[in-house]
Design a protein. Structure first.
Length: 157
């Protein structure tokens, strides 16, 4: 019964800001397995435009975008009153503690380093959506199928 209800409920929408196509597609695939709808922006301009025009439950953001700095993108998104409460998670190959702290300082809720653990990626993002009460996410959307995600990825090891 829960699975049927999930099929009819709206999906969580996640904006992936990543300029490396293979990484972006992997992230989109993993989020799709978790029942999410993910869209990709490869540039700062596209990310800002999509974030402002779409209704995303979470945004992932790389630090090193071509011609842009992810910290600046995060700061700009957080200055927009409409986007202020949207959780932003940095997903970056920069793994030093200073980078991670700077990401949190500009408004991100988490920092995931690349390469990331396949089994951990979507559930970790979903936990930020579920804990974000400012978004007024209905329970049937917030309770994404993390268990189903884990079961579906076990065959892909």
């Amino acid at each position: 019964m829960q699975a049927a209800a999930r099929l009819n409920s709206p999906k969580l929408r996640i904006l992936i800001v990543e300029d490396e196509p293979s990484v972006a597609m992997t992230m989109r695939f993993l989020l799709g397995l978790a029942g999410c709808e993910a869209e990709i922006a490869a540039t700062k301009a596209k990310a800002i435009q999509m974030a402002q025009s779409g209704s995303f439950h979470l945004i992932t953001l790389d630090i090193n975008l071509q011609g842009a700095n992810g910290y600046e993108v995060c700061r700009e998104l957080k200055e927009n009153p409409r986007l202020r409460d949207t959780p932003i998670v940095f997903v970056s190959g920069n793994c030093c503690l200073e980078d991670q702290q700077r990401g949190l300082d500009v408004g991100a809720v988490d920092y995931i380093t690349k390469p990331f653990e396949t089994f951990e990626f979507a559930p970790r993002l979903l936990s930020h959506i579920k804990s974000s009460r400012a978004l007024d996410v209905p329970d049937e959307i917030a309770d994404a199928d993390a268990e189903g995600f884990c079961n579906s990825t076990q065959g892909n090891q």
